[in-house]
Design a protein around this ligand. Sequence first.
Ligand SMILES: Cc1cc2nc3c(=O)[nH]c(=O)nc-3n(C[C@H](O)[C@H](O)[C@H](O)COP(=O)(O)O)c2cc1C
Ligand code: SF4
Ligand code: SF4
Length: 204
Amino acid sequence: MKTAARAAAEAGADGIVAINSFGPCLGVDVETGRLLMGSREGYGWLSGPALKPLALRCVFDIARAVDLPIIGVGGISKGTDAIEFFMVGASAVGICTAAILKGPRIFGRVAREIEKWLDDHGYASVEEVRGLAIRRWEEWAFRTAHVPPILDVDACTGCGLCEASCVYDAIHVVEKKAVLTPEKCYGCGLCVTRCPVRALSIAG
Ligand SMILES: Cc1cc2nc3c(=O)[nH]c(=O)nc-3n(C[C@H](O)[C@H](O)[C@H](O)COP(=O)(O)O)c2cc1C
Ligand code: SF4
Ligand code: SF4
């Protein structure tokens, strides 16, 4: 990805649109046993929400490799999806699948959601969030020793999602509050990603 981006820059590109759909992929209609797509091999190409993490990684890599405007595309259907792309270095975003599925009004809705999100978070413009995740990543002190998450007991709703996700049996809900057993915890962070109310966090 970085090599291709640098080659595009050296060849005089004014900007980069990333990414396209990904594939080939396959799907099966289990009622008929037929492949879902109509190409000769039965292949199709992935787009929409499942593509977003791959697209974000590509934009992140391109933004760190070249100093060109990037239009981020892949799985955007709401304002915060677009904000993610801005944070990894995109200057603008594109939407295809969500417009096909929900109609062209999606463009105005996502634009309004971006504006509202920026207002709500005290940002004056997209420029202020552009590349933020890259700067945070540069500042990040990567650690190799594990630490247990920090639990905000007051914020915990006792939903149990952390308990369900911990394969180390290190966190349990007792009397509607999560209880962590640090000696059992491997610091994998999975429970942190599952908590819907951000009651769990990892230091740093
Ligand atoms: C039905 C469909 C047709 C597409 N046709 C093209 C195309 O002709 N040329 C192209 O560069 N990308 C094409 N794409 C890829 C989109 O431009 C876009 O890069 C990709 O779908 C990821 O964005 P999305 O998740 O918002 O759809 C197509 C995507 C879909 C779903
Ligand atoms: S960080 Fe990992 S090991 Fe520790 S409690 Fe959470 S899910 Fe379990
Ligand atoms: S996932 Fe979060 S809110 Fe739910 S029980 Fe665990 S810590 Fe509490």
